[in-house]
Write a protein that binds this ligand. Structure first.
Ligand code: CMC
Length: 560
């Protein structure tokens, strides 16, 4: 009865006498007749609301909502919203214009473009402001599913725990890229192709030799992958056709096989360069991880075979690191790929994003942190500094996981398997104590901070004898398959467009150029923080500092 009455009032406001008329809110003509429906209401008695049409003065009595029945009689203002045809939508009222919009919800998302049509007084549509993409979906993907609250990770529907136990990295890379586990024939072809694309161009090797002896391996890795694009002109869209990767599955697969095959070789050369040993050539008869270990470690021994258990441990780590949906580096891969550039350049860009200490560089940072803490007795003091925001607990926290990172749980097990072969890494005691105290501390509990994949991986790598600065490279090698899976998915999407976010401009308005002679120079001690740091010091040797010289530029100050 109440609903019928409300309908009747709505119809009145819409200018219709037909009480049974269903207002079509998708019809702009009908929607706009509702414009004057700003109505005031007050609770007249315990069970009654009086609704007033402010335009005509006409009043209606309505049953009051339960919550109002015992309260004081207070005048309220409200707007009668049209009833939506679907419950899976948002009704948005733009208070600037009084216009109503209905936005469909699909897969718990709303299309941001809908807001573009909400034109305000400044004639601009609304933009969605989301720095650091904290709540923005930029792709529909079928590759990896994460339930951060439940601590669940699945590749193409397969739980990470099952894949880590039963699969191997090459099979997982096939699964990620092509969507299904390979059958026997497919797997043999796939692994055979990859293991026969492991040689890198001799000039890439020579380029790598030109790095400084102590170059960070990740810097070498990024530059060398990028350089690889110059050795495959037929893979360059600038030369072979802008749309080549959109239209040709063969062109895509060729570069995928090459990249997956060559990436361990590049990584191994980075390592050998760092320790001053000649580069080894790949052995295509070995498994993916065995070949990698061989290239890292073989000297002149005959029939050198890496330890099978260590190769398997590395393989499990590779499975765990292969993909993680739209993390920072994968978003970078999609972003760069959206320009249709070649995949070598895109992988180099994604690897650069991975290098940062908040992302894949965290495994290196964790180990340096554990070394600095030194022993379990120092953990409490370190965590105090974290709580005072003087330090960050590396290897803890995640944008998506608000529960234990399932990869960290598996990695902890693998750590003990590796320790059995290579010896227990003493810093594990510090890590365990850090985890124990942090997980029972209010600061970390409140913020849902748990160990992530990088917390224990560094300890395995350290126990296996890898130098600390090589850890991010060990993350990058397997992540290449995830990047490529996302590259394929995004580039083959017929609706794909170049990624081009918007900004909110908050800078100066239009102003006129001021000639240099009219610009002020701050007095000593006056605020001058809008230029570059004038106090930059130079590494002058004592002898150069003592020398005199003349020239256009003043002599830099000696570093304090
Ligand atoms: N140590 C101390 N406090 C932290 C940490 C941490 N590691 N991580 C988050 N917080 C605090 C943060 O200060 C903030 O507190 P408040 O709300 O009081 O300001 C709150 O937790 C939320 O953190 P956030 O920085 O807004 O979270 P985010 O989603 O922007 O950052 C993160 C995620 C991974 C960058 C961050 O947790 C972090 O810096 N962790 C350490 C670096 C790390 O281990 N990175 C590896 C991530 S997993 C591997 C990968 O895929 O890259």
């Amino acid at each position: 009865m109440a609903q019928r009455r409300i309908n009747a009032i709505l119809n009145h406001l819409a200018g219709s006498d037909d009480l049974n008329h269903e207002i079509d809110f998708n019809n702009p003509a009908e929607r706009y007749t509702l414009k004057p429906n700003l109505t005031s209401a007050e609770t007249a008695s315990k069970h009654q609301l009086v609704l007033t049409d402010n335009k005509s003065g006409q009043k209606w009595n309505l049953p009051a909502p339960d919550t109002n029945t015992n309260g004081p009689v207070t005048p309220v203002q409200f707007i009668v919203l049209p009833k939506s045809k679907t419950t899976n939508s948002l009704t948005v009222l733009d208070n600037r214009t009084g216009k109503l919009y209905e936005i469909a919800i699909e897969d718990d998302t709303i299309p941001a473009l809908k807001f573009k049509s909400m034109i305000g007084p400044n004639k601009e549509g609304i933009r969605v402001y989301d720095p650091a993409y904290q709540n923005t979906a930029v792709a529909r993907s079928k590759i990896t599913e994460i339930d951060g609250e439940a601590g669940v990770l699945r590749y193409r529907g397969y739980p990470i725990e099952e894949l880590a136990e039963k699969s191997n990295y090459l099979e997982v890379s096939y699964l990620l890229i092509f969507g299904e586990l390979p059958n026997k024939v497919q797997y043999e072809r796939w692994s055979n192709e990859i293991m026969h694309h492991t040689y890198i161009h001799i000039r890439v090797m020579e380029l790598m030799k030109s790095f400084n002896y102590d170059a960070h391996p990740m810097g070498m890795f990024i530059s060398s992958i990028s350089a690889m694009s110059t050795y495959h002109p037929e893979a360059n869209p600038a030369l072979a056709g802008n749309d080549m990767y959109k239209v040709s599955a063969a062109a895509r697969t060729k570069q995928i096989v090459r990249l997956l095959g060559k990436v361990p070789t590049v990584a191994a050369c980075c390592y050998r360069h760092r320790i001053g040993r000649p580069y080894n050539y790949p052995q295509s008869n070995l498994g993916y991880c065995e070949n990698f270990l061989y290239m890292l470690d073989h000297l002149s021994e005959e029939n050198y075979m890496p330890n099978a258990k260590l190769a398997r441990a590395l393989d499990v780590l590779f499975i765990l690191h292969a993909d993680h949906e739209l993390n920072c580096s994968t978003a970078a891969m999609r972003h760069i790929g959206s320009t249709l550039v070649d995949p070598y350049s895109a992988v180099a860009g994604a690897a650069s994003a991975l290098y940062g200490p908040l992302h894949g560089g965290a495994n290196e940072a964790v180990l340096r942190m554990l070394e600095e803490i030194g022993k379990p007795e120092n953990v409490t003091e370190f965590l105090e500094q974290v709580k005072q925001r003087k330090r960050r607990l590396m290897g803890f926290g995640h944008r998506i996981y608000k529960n234990y990172d399932p990869r960290a749980r598996i990695i902890r097990q693998v750590a003990y398997e590796v320790f059995e072969i290579c010896g227990r890494e003493p810093l594990i005691e510090v890590a365990i104590e850090l985890e124990r105290i942090a997980l029972s501390d209010e600061y970390f509990i409140k913020r849902k901070l748990y160990p992530n994949v990088d917390f224990y991986s560094g300890l395995i790598y350290k126990s296996m004898g890898f130098p600390t600065d090589f850890f991010p490279v060990l993350f990058a090698i397997p992540r290449v398959s995830g990047w490529l899976a996302h590259w394929v998915e995004s580039i083959t999407n017929p609706a794909a467009k170049i990624w081009r976010p918007r900004q909110v401009y908050v800078g100066e308005g239009k102003r006129s150029y001021v000639p240099m002679e009219h610009r002020s120079i701050p007095e000593p001690g006056e605020n001058d923080d809008n230029g570059f740091d004038m106090e930059i010091h130079y590494d002058l040797s004592k002898r150069s500092a003592a020398a005199t010289y003349e020239g256009k530029y003043r002599k830099p100050e000696l570093k304090a």
